[in-house]
Design a protein. Structure first.
Length: 577
């Protein structure tokens, strides 16, 4: 095949490959078996979050090899490297979950440092679990090099007693087991079959939500996120992604050419219409921050509010990622949004054409089972709703996908817990009461530290049949697998003196997802009096190390819980040094 010639005069890799002064650097490349011709080509970082922590990441190493074939075919020299992942399914329900959100920043930081340290010219990033997807995309936008993202793929659904099951079913089975509704043997049988392959959680939980975002925002090739991890067709998408990044490099199309205010809005639309994870309300502002774009939780929720929900995916619906892929995937979803005038068609995609041009080539249509026609949606508004009020002046967020209108309003007395463990013990012992609003505070990004997800608690409630009989609010997060009336991201968080820090048992709380309200029946004067008597943030056991550092740096949930000033304050762009 005829090799393309790239002029490296203005590419970062010239700093490690060009001229007599770089002879020592080149000697290192010769030591790894790289030829003179390959040294003269652009260097492409192939970054993965491969590890043996969980099935989400276990196939990424194989897929990276296919990416490298595409880079080589496009006349580039791939340089593979890895970064960390904290997998929420393993970290859930214990102290390990404090590491999850902090890992998003560590992933972005370590990818940035690796790219800078070795002067790579472009990046293809592969990720498989919750925080690794936004972390990888944040690094791409921060570096502003030609970038292509590829998802590792979802897990296959398990089969149990004649039905498809996911890890969500196992978490909820724990609640049923605590309630005496299933036996040790039934629980053991379910846990052995629920996760039968490599890949990330199969429902429209955070990983698959952010995988859909990667396509909608333009950083991933259309339809590349859909095929489950075990499908060999994923390798073809991986190779195509390697070729695509070389085309972007040739045309100097960079990550911030792709990630714009309009493409962020496209991504939020896809989250809303698929009933995606509330965590998108955290990650989209964080990605925007890396580009210097004002796009906070309120902006995300505005889009959620006027986007119909028409894709029937778990946890609110019936189907999993594999089912969505088999009926055409994200491209068909975006075609339906386009029919309603809800897609910006002029946004650039990872293959260098506009989203409108890309959608013109999509042949699939709404099947009426997994993807409903946009003019006949499941509900008229998005599956995720933003809330505001005197209990959440900086906003909060709740997933209502699969809930009827009469289930979207709840008023009840507060039952306050100072941490998730206390709440989980109360749920396990069934010492809470029907009609209460369970409040879990001190779980925000700074106060946790780490903004833990509450799946163990919410799944236990669902398993006990109480998911619709109580509500739950927190300054922490909820898993994309959470269902029930569960409000997260309440801001300002307790550690910053937000109203959630001032609540007492018995305070009457109203959650109204139809009006977008989260309020407590207290006057401004009473709240002010309580604030004056507030003794300050609870001291945690994390007084050194990575989580201490994270707690000192992390900002507001509304702005994405980010830890650095972002593109608005940058004094240079990496790719132009």
């Amino acid at each position: 095949m005829l090799k393309k010639k790239f002029d490296k005069t203005h590419l970062p890799s010239r700093h490690v490959t060009e001229g007599p002064a770089r002879a020592p650097h080149r000697s290192y490349y010769y030591a790894m078996g790289i030829s003179e011709e390959e040294i003269a080509q652009p260097f492409i970082g192939v970054a993965t979050c491969w590890n043996e922590a969980a099935p989400c990441n276990i196939a990424l190493n194989r897929q990276a090899q296919a990416v490298k074939l595409g880079v080589k075919e496009g006349s580039g020299t791939p340089r593979e490297f890895t970064t960390i992942t904290v997998t929420d399914g393993i970290a859930m329900g214990h102290e390990g979950m404090r590491s999850s959100l902090a890992s998003r920043e560590a992933i972005a930081d370590t990818v940035e440092l690796t790219m800078r340290g070795h002067c790579y010219d472009a990046i293809v990033g592969l990720a498989g679990c919750d925080k690794s997807l936004p972390g990888m995309m944040m690094a791409m936008v921060r570096l502003n090099v030609p970038s292509v993202f590829i998802y590792g793929g979802s897990i296959m659904p398990g089969r149990f007693q004649g039905r498809d099951v996911t890890v969500q079913d196992v978490f909820e089975a724990v609640g049923r087991h605590q309630a005496g509704a299933n036996s040790d043997e039934e629980l053991r049988a379910l846990e052995k079959v629920a996760c039968p392959s490599a890949g990330a959680c199969g429902g429209q939980f955070t990983a698959n939500t952010m995988a859909c975002v990667s396509e909608a925002i333009g950083l991933a090739l259309l339809n590349s996120s859909g095929a489950p991890a075990p499908y060999e067709s994923r390798d073809a998408y991986a190779t195509a992604s390697g070729l695509a990044v070389m085309e972007l490099l040739e045309r100097n199309i960079r990550a911030r050419d792709v990630v714009t205010r309009k493409s962020l809005e496209n991504a939020a639309r896809v989250v809303a219409c698929t009933g995606g994870s509330t965590n998108a309300g955290l990650h989209l502002p964080a990605i925007a921050h890396e580009a210097g774009i004002d796009f906070d939780l309120d902006d995300v929720c505005d889009i959620f509010r006027d986007t119909p929900y028409f894709v029937d995916l778990k946890p609110g619906g019936q189907y999993v990622a594999k089912d969505l892929y088999e009926v055409g995937g994200v491209p068909v979803v975006m075609k339906e949004l386009r029919k309603a005038g809800l897609i910006h068609e002029d946004c650039i995609t990872a293959n260098g054409i506009t989203i409108g041009e890309a959608l013109d080539t999509v042949e699939g249509h709404a099947d009426g089972r997994v993807i409903f026609p946009v003019d006949k949606p499941i509900t008229e508004t998005g599956g995720v709703v933003g809330l505001k009020g005197n209990l959440a002046p900086d906003s909060a967020i709740v997933k209502v996908a699969g809930m009827s209108e009469d289930e979207q309003v709840f008023t009840g007395p507060a039952r306050v817990f100072e941490c998730e463990e206390d709440a989980f013990e109360a749920v396990k012992a069934r010492t809470y009461k029907e009609g209460e609003v369970l409040v879990i505070r001190n779980e925000g990004p700074a106060g946790g530290p780490g903004m833990r997800e509450m799946l163990a608690t919410t799944a236990a409630l669902s398993g006990q049949g109480m998911g619709k009989k109580v509500a739950l609010i927190t300054d922490g997060r909820f898993s994309g697998a959470t269902r029930g009336f569960c409000v997260g991201h309440v801001g300002p968080e307790s550690a910053h003196g937000g109203p959630i820090a001032l609540l007492e048992d018995g305070d009457v709380i109203t959650i109204d997802a139809i009006k977008g309200e989260l309020s407590v029946a207290l006057s401004n004067e009473e709240l002010a009096a309580r604030k004056a008597n507030w003794t300050g943030a609870r001291e945690t056991i994390y007084q050194s190390g990575a989580l201490w550092k994270y707690a000192q740096l992390v900002g507001s949930t509304r702005l994405g819980a980010v830890t650095h000033p972002g593109a608005k304050k940058e004094a240079h762009v990496y790719a132009d040094l």
